[in-house]
Design a protein around this ligand. Sequence first.
Ligand SMILES: Cc1cc2nc3c(=O)[nH]c(=O)nc-3n(C[C@H](O)[C@H](O)[C@H](O)COP(=O)(O)O)c2cc1C
Length: 306
Amino acid sequence: MNELRALEPDFWCAPSAHNTQPWTLTYAADEVAVGWDPGRELPVSDPTGRDLRLSMGAFVECCLIVCADAGLGIAFRPDPGPLRVGFLHRAAEPYRTPFTTADVRARGANRGEYHPGRLPDEVAEGLAGMRRVACRDLADLLRAADLHQFGDREVTRELRAWLRLTRRHRRYLLDGLSDRALTLGRFEALALRASLALYPALRPLGLPRLLAGASRGLLDYDGDVLVLVGAAGDEVEQGRVLMRHWLTLSGLGYTTHPLSQIIDCAPTREVLAQRLGVDDPASLLHVARVGRPKAAAVPSPRVKRS
Ligand SMILES: Cc1cc2nc3c(=O)[nH]c(=O)nc-3n(C[C@H](O)[C@H](O)[C@H](O)COP(=O)(O)O)c2cc1C
């Protein structure tokens, strides 16, 4: 299985919440265990591990696509265990997929402005498990979720640990969310850094409201938000589905901007479930706006591993 090692830089192109890149590969003679580093979990903002497992699924899908493109017969066997989701193992045939390594490299989140316009019906209908909502219909929920997120001292502290708001940050080129990936200008990044540093003092003075205000208007245009609905507990498989949908969209010139805070916050998750007519709010697994971006995004960095 050593031949997989050379492909790892492309495996790492997978997306992950806060760009934590939690995945680990442990090589044995006949198989490779796919696991995660507990130091890269988000215990406060992702207490159920939903986003961790979605990210692991997206990673598995990337591994399979990249191996298939290299002509390697590799399959995935789910086998959840301690800090593990399953194994990559040899298979008679390469994984059957319409996607290539070039597709995996080309995909990226884009948090900038999108051109107005809804997804064509035939594109939306091809995204199994995805429900689509008009951006404007979720603007109130985004505002409430942002207020909730920035009002929570511990969630904000955890987010801050993964922010890379200055190029002088020692992990700027490795992981986390950079000023450029967040499309912040120099002064916006500086202001955010300063206000988060003073969070404990400024919180009672209304800082959460100010921070939440940064996303005001984000959904105030004629666009689409996609909500992935699937069985809670099956997130690794759903993460694979999510990755395939993102690659489909990316191949058509669309990008996505996840807005997980809407389902991280219980009250907004419940309202969204009601609006979608979904009985179990826990089955809302991912939320992202989607559209044609006005400008290309700066790619997020990846940890260089040997
Ligand atoms: C399960 C999951 C949840 C995510 N949630 C958010 C989110 O709430 N907000 C956001 O801006 N990006 C979110 N992202 C996007 C990641 O931050 C992004 O994938 C990561 O920074 C790597 O960047 P890239 O996707 O451009 O390669 C999420 C990604 C995944 C896989």
